[in-house]
Design a protein around this ligand. Structure first.
Ligand code: SF4
Length: 554
């Protein structure tokens, strides 16, 4: 069967879509390759939220175009947000593209690829028009009714997911599960409501079952995905298939979150969903969720985070700005005061919760005073990190038509750098407060040593063996903990350097703080991947916690 190369740009939602596409095509016999030069079918799963991701995709499309112009026979597919937003415009500008498929139509992708392959074969025999050559899916209108959602074929795609190494992240044993798709919030800078359509909420039974099957396949960590997960609300009996089964349904409007669900309705809220997964699938040792919306985040969810030990103490909850005036222009639906109140409520109710977010600088009309309010927010609240972006007008958004992009790029750059420096100081404080504590770390990656040319091989070998006196003495292994958890304790630590000349196992705490532990050898570091271990925090950097070293016999 034809070899396929698939490259993904953008967010975790796109990564999950790619995983489902991979599973779907693999089932049909397609073989995936890591080198686009070996592929007969090249697919780019695109993102139109950030300009940089879009430029990268265009560059890749250009490269494939040159190969096709040189006579190679390749089916080039653009899937994801750019396909949905640009539609036929993209085809006109990039005639090398053979098929497009928006995120709401991915169940149709195999058929589109098959059409394109057959059509390409037929091209030798006859000349076809551009329209005839192009298999196009995308730019359907926002799904707007419960009935449409009930017929939602994407739910079938989610349900038909393969449960294999790919779905659980290989040795990393980490998986993602979608709980909602699309968004109803219409922030003025954001293209997601246009590209991913109206918010669709999946039936809770389907989500719990997917988590259970992932756990059976070996997943230790599951991340629940949605654009605004705390707005998950499934009303039972509202959307059913013709044979009476629960179906995905359109999410309620914002007003639904201003009061408790009526007693007469049977509703599963996000808090109830989280608790169900925690209680019904205890093999999942880490249950996390992204992204949260700063409005209508109830104490019920915070209580589940506090009371359920396997629910991660982590909130990614984008503030976007510290200025009420800018928040209003962004149509975020909350004030700075409400955001601060929520974070303080979370800190008070959930011990050790870690807060992260996103911030846009240089939004149209942003003054020095507006920016200063954002700076003070980042100084005031204990953000472990913020992803900081310079505003860029994105086609398909409300802001591109409504506001002139009037903050000069030099000012945006300066504000970006200023805010990064403030965030770095806040991150340093947050991370330093953890020194001396023992935490569970879920290891996911290995970092190779970077040996400078000035160092002799002997010197590097000496450090890599963990005997370098200025780094630390290797710890002793202590008793094993619960399933998949082993306890490690440092026997003695000296000063800790950057560790760049040692193998390192890299992981995260329950609060998503990035951690690194030295290992004597690569195999020792590799053995940690996909495991949860109790580790002691010895030192910190602005974005990293340094742990006790891993003993060679672990
Ligand atoms: S909440 Fe706003 S920023 Fe987030 S996906 Fe929805 S429209 Fe975009």
């Amino acid at each position: 069967m034809h070899p396929v190369f698939l490259e993904t740009f953008g967010c975790q939602m796109n990564e999950l879509d790619s995983e489902l596409v991979r599973g779907q095509l693999s089932t049909l016999g397609y073989r995936f390759v890591n080198d686009p030069a070996e592929a007969r079918v090249v697919l780019f799963n695109t993102c139109s939220v950030r300009e940089q991701a879009e430029q990268k995709a265009y560059s890749r499309i250009g490269i494939v175009g040159k190969r096709k112009a040189a006579g190679e026979t390749i089916v080039l597919g653009v899937i994801g947000c750019m396909a949905e937003r640009d539609g036929v415009d993209l085809l006109r500008r990039h005639p090398q593209v053979d098929l497009m498929c928006g995120p709401a139509e991915l169940d149709r992708l195999p058929q589109l690829i098959d059409n394109a392959l057959r059509t390409q074969s037929a091209e030798d025999a006859m000349v076809l028009s551009r329209e005839e050559r192009t298999a196009l899916a995308g730019n359907r209108s926002r799904r707007s009714s419960t009935l449409a959602a009930a017929e939602d074929n994407l739910e079938t795609l989610d349900l038909s997911r393969a449960f294999d190494d790919q779905s659980i992240g290989g040795a990393r044993r980490s998986a993602q599960v979608r709980i909602t798709r699309g968004c109803n919030k219409f922030c003025t800078y954001c293209v997601v409501p246009a590209t991913r359509g109206a918010e669709i909420h999946r039936p809770p039974d389907h989500i719990v079952e997917e988590c259970r099957r992932l756990a059976e396949a070996g997943a230790l960590e599951v991340t629940l995905l949605g654009q605004t997960v705390n707005h998950y609300r499934y009303e039972h009996g509202l959307a059913v298939t013709v044979d009476g089964r629960q179906a995905a349904q359109v999410g309620p409007g914002l007003t639904a979150f201003r009061s408790a669900p009526p007693a007469s309705s049977r509703v599963t809220t996000f808090a109830q969903l989280l608790r169900r997964i925690h209680d019904e699938v205890p093999q999942i040792l880490r249950l996390r969720f992204v992204t949260s919306y700063p409005r209508d985040f109830g104490d019920d969810v915070l209580a589940v985070m506090r009371d359920c030990p396997r629910v991660c103490k982590y909130l990614h909850i984008p503030a976007q700005s510290g200025s009420d005036r800018i928040l209003k222009l962004m149509n975020r639906g909350y004030s700075r005061g409400e955001y601060v109140d929520f974070v303080q409520r979370a800190l008070a109710l959930v011990p050790d919760v870690c807060i992260a977010g996103d911030i846009i600088v240089g939004f149209p009309t942003e003054t020095d005073d507006d920016f200063e309010q954002t700076c003070s927010l980042v100084r005031e609240l204990p953000f472990k990190n913020n992803f900081i972006f310079k505003y860029s007008p994105r086609p398909g958004t409300v802001a591109i038509d409504r506001f002139a992009d009037d903050v000069p790029d030099a000012v945006k750059r300066l504000r970006n750098n200023t805010l990064l420096a403030i965030q770095s100081e806040t991150s340093r404080r947050v991370h330093a407060a953890w020194i001396g504590r023992t935490v569970d770390v879920f290891f996911s990656d290995v970092r190779a040593p970077r040996v400078s040319r000035e160092r002799s091989e002997d010197e590097s070998a000496h450090e890599n063996a963990g005997t370098h006196a200025s780094v630390m003495e290797l710890p002793q292994l202590s008793a094993a903990g619960s399933v998949g958890v082993k306890a490690l304790h440092a026997s003695r630590a000296h000063t800790v350097d950057s560790g760049s000349t040692c193998w390192q196992a890299v992981g995260r705490t329950s609060g998503d703080l990035i951690c690194s532990a030295f290992a004597a050898t690569e195999s020792t570091a590799q053995k940690m991947v996909g495991r949860i271990a109790q580790m002691r925090i010895l030192a910190s950097e602005p974005l990293l916690l340094r742990l006790n070293a891993i003993p060679p016999d672990f």
